[in-house]
Design a protein around this ligand. Structure first.
Ligand SMILES: Nc1ncnc2c1ncn2[C@@H]1O[C@H](COP(=O)(O)OP(=O)(O)OP(=O)(O)O)[C@@H](O)[C@H]1O
Length: 302
């Protein structure tokens, strides 16, 4: 089953089209939603939660229509908003217990559940202190904890690494991965930092200006762009021409050539062509393009 599916989903604001005929499906697991600032990520999440009406098109979350079943969707889905939205004067424990009670849990169960989720996100003794004194990383953890407290099947995390230092970012990403694998909760996580999602997602959706650029399993993203970098002392142009004759896909960058790996024969072709032309090979390096490169390539074609 798809955990969510959109068809021709469009959202027009007075001066901008935030989503433009977006049709995409998402399966279970950890899915990354990647796009630059303003690409439409937060708008999509708000529509999926039934908090914002679409202008056109349809969307379903857990097979429920967002236009009519928003309240049910929000029962099964947790949401970590992008911006700071925490009350400064209460403790993390009080805040999360309160939200657990609002979701319908009795007092004792709400306390137990809040303690569990705060422990899972790594907040220890400090959970009894007022949130106003927390670091950004701790606030992000509280926001993550509240998204989990009502035992959702799926969570939407909007820019959870925003404002974190590199260590905080790594910890948050590891936590998100664990939620997906150990707790079996499906995750839709947004980021404008494309590389970081590569590490934790099973599937990535790339959007730009509200339009779908690409949706594929992470393995396809990296596999499809596997390439080798070749450097020769002289004769890069000759080598480029020879490899092209041999059916290889070559992009010259000065003395460097980036050759797309079509199969094991690509390595043989480079070695043999360099030997035939009597060129000195300085470097033959396998390099995996990262999602950033894929994004740039895709964006260049739009
Ligand atoms: N309530 C609104 N009224 C008018 N325009 C809006 C509104 N909400 C979003 N937009 C516009 O829609 C576009 C998409 O915004 P959105 O917040 O969905 O992007 P995003 O990908 O989440 O980016 P960011 O990470 O910067 O929030 C932007 O141009 C934004 O200015």
């Amino acid at each position: 089953m798809h955990i969510l599916a959109t068809e021709g989903l469009t959202k027009r604001f007075p001066t901008v089209t935030a989503l433009d005929r977006l049709s995409v499906t998402v399966g279970s697991g950890v899915t990354g939603l990647v796009g630059a600032n303003g690409a439409g990520k937060s708008t999509l999440i708000k529509i999926l939660l039934g908090l914002l009406p679409a202008s056109e098109g349809t969307a379903k979350v857990l097979d429920l229509d967002v236009a009519t079943r928003g309240a049910e969707i929000r029962r099964f889905v947790g949401y970590m908003p992008e911006h700071d939205c925490l009350p400064p004067d209460v403790s993390a424990t009080e805040f999360v217990v309160h939200l657990a009670r609002m979701s319908g849990l009795p007092r004792t169960a709400a306390r137990e559940r809040a303690a569990d989720v705060l422990r899972h996100v790594g907040l220890a003794e400090e959970r009894y202190r007022a949130i106003g004194g927390y670091s950004t990383g701790m606030k992000q953890r509280v926001k993550l904890a509240q998204s989990l407290v009502h035992d959702p099947k799926l969570i939407f995390l909007d820019e959870p690494t925003n404002g974190l230092d590199p260590r905080g970012r790594d910890e948050m990403l590891a936590l998100i991965r664990r939620i997906g694998t150990e707790f079996g909760i499906s995750v839709l996580v947004t980021s404008h930092l494309l590389g970081e999602l590569e590490r934790i997602c099973d599937h990535v959706i790339v959007i730009d200006a509200g339009r779908l650029l690409r949706s594929s399993a992470i393995a396809e993203f990296t596999h499809a762009t596997e390439s080798i970098t070749v450097e020769v002392e002289d004769g890069a142009e000759q080598l480029t021409a020879r490899l092209a004759e041999l059916g290889q896909t070559v992009t010259p960058h000065g003395r460097l050539l980036v050759v797309k790996v079509l199969g094991p024969e690509t390595f043989d072709a480079v070695r043999d062509a360099a030997a035939d032309l009597d060129l000195g090979l300085i470097r033959l390096e396998q390099g995996r393009h990262r999602i950033e490169d894929v994004f740039r390539e895709e964006a260049a074609h739009v």
